[in-house]
Write a protein that binds this ligand. Structure first.
Ligand code: C2E
Ligand code: CA
Ligand code: CA
Ligand code: CA
Length: 274
């Protein structure tokens, strides 16, 4: 048994080495991704409960030369670790704003911000600069933050959020309900939107608890006068439940997946002759 244990330890060690090597490799490749145009932005529609599309969320994609598409959950933590997220985050913002300003329908665009972008660099200046450069009205930009932004230097983050809001940018609290302190953060900043995490929505049918939590979040948000977006709506049953509970908006595969904007030309007001 002892021998077996040792073998297992060795197995774990080599597996960990492998994982570490792989992370380093990916991190190295990520530095080139920006320069070599391997990054792209997909857009996912956000809709009212009747299906009317009212905006888009920009979601980053990495088309790796040999691995193909690498999921953001895999490479964003790496970019946060080595600080590359600052440059990548600015790139996403610029792309999203440049894209949105060209839409005939002036729909808002939402961009995810990493906590690292709040801690380091001059986020306010770069956002301001990008808005000027692209000509996008600040009121058409929404930034999505998770509670990770407010953990750490709380005062700094809060001041930054206030200044962004003063520019006319809307601030959405992402992944609501998954953190430890979502509620207390609602108390400290006037968020413009709450996005209920996908995990609660996907459990709606299976778990009465999830349904109650979603109801509670909706009633809390209503009391605070904050519109709610349900994330990850995939089925008509989920949509119907949320509509019945007076949820404001939804996002999810039921309406559309994150895709190159070309897939959604009609929604941004470009009619294509067939
Ligand atoms: P998120 O901000 O919560 O984004 C929503 C995620 O849910 C996206 O995953 C989206 O593709 C997925 N999703 C949307 N609707 C459905 C659905 O109906 N069913 C299912 N199963 N999934 C759905 P994605 O694009 O893989 O992004 C994962 C996370 O990576 C994002 O979660 C966000 O935290 C992060 N991320 C993506 N782009 C950026 C970015 O530009 N900057 C930063 N800092 N983070 C980003
Ligand atoms: Ca988001
Ligand atoms: Ca989310
Ligand atoms: Ca998420």
């Amino acid at each position: 048994a002892k021998r077996e244990g040792r073998a297992r330890v060795r197995f774990f060690e080599s597996e960990m080495d492998q994982e570490l090597r792989d992370r380093r490799l990916l991190q190295h490749d990520l530095r080139q991704a920006l320069e070599q145009n391997q990054l792209l932005v997909h857009f996912q529609p956000q809709a009212r409960m009747d299906g009317e599309v009212v905006g888009f969320e920009a979601l980053l994609r990495w088309n790796h030369p040999t691995r193909g598409f690498v999921a953001p959950d895999q490479f964003i933590p790496l970019a946060e670790e080595n600080g590359l997220i600052i440059q990548i985050g600015e790139w996403v913002l610029r792309e999203a704003c440049r894209e949105a300003v060209s839409w005939p329908r002036p729909l808002p665009v939402a961009v995810n911000l990493s906590p690292v972008q709040f801690q380091a660099g001059d986020l306010e200046r770069s956002i301001h600069q990008i808005l000027l450069e692209t000509g996008l009205a600040p009121t058409r930009l929404e930034v999505e933050i998770t509670e990770g932004v407010l953990i750490g230097d709380f005062t700094r983050a809060l001041n930054l959020l206030r200044r962004l809001k003063a520019l006319g940018i809307r601030i959405a609290m992402d992944d609501f309900g998954t953190g430890y302190s979502s509620l207390s953060y609602l108390q400290s900043f006037p968020f413009d939107k709450i996005k209920i995490d996908r995990s609660f929505i996907s459990n709606l049918e299976a778990s009465p608890q999830s349904a109650e939590i979603v109801r509670a979040v909706l009633s809390l948000a209503r009391a605070l006068n904050i519109p709610v977006v349900a994330e990850g709506v995939e089925t008509e049953a989920q949509r119907a439940f949320l509509a019945g509970e007076a949820c404001d908006e939804m996002q999810g595969y039921l309406i559309g997946r994150p895709e190159p904007i070309e897939r959604y030309l009609d929604l941004i007001g470009i009619t294509v002759e067939r």
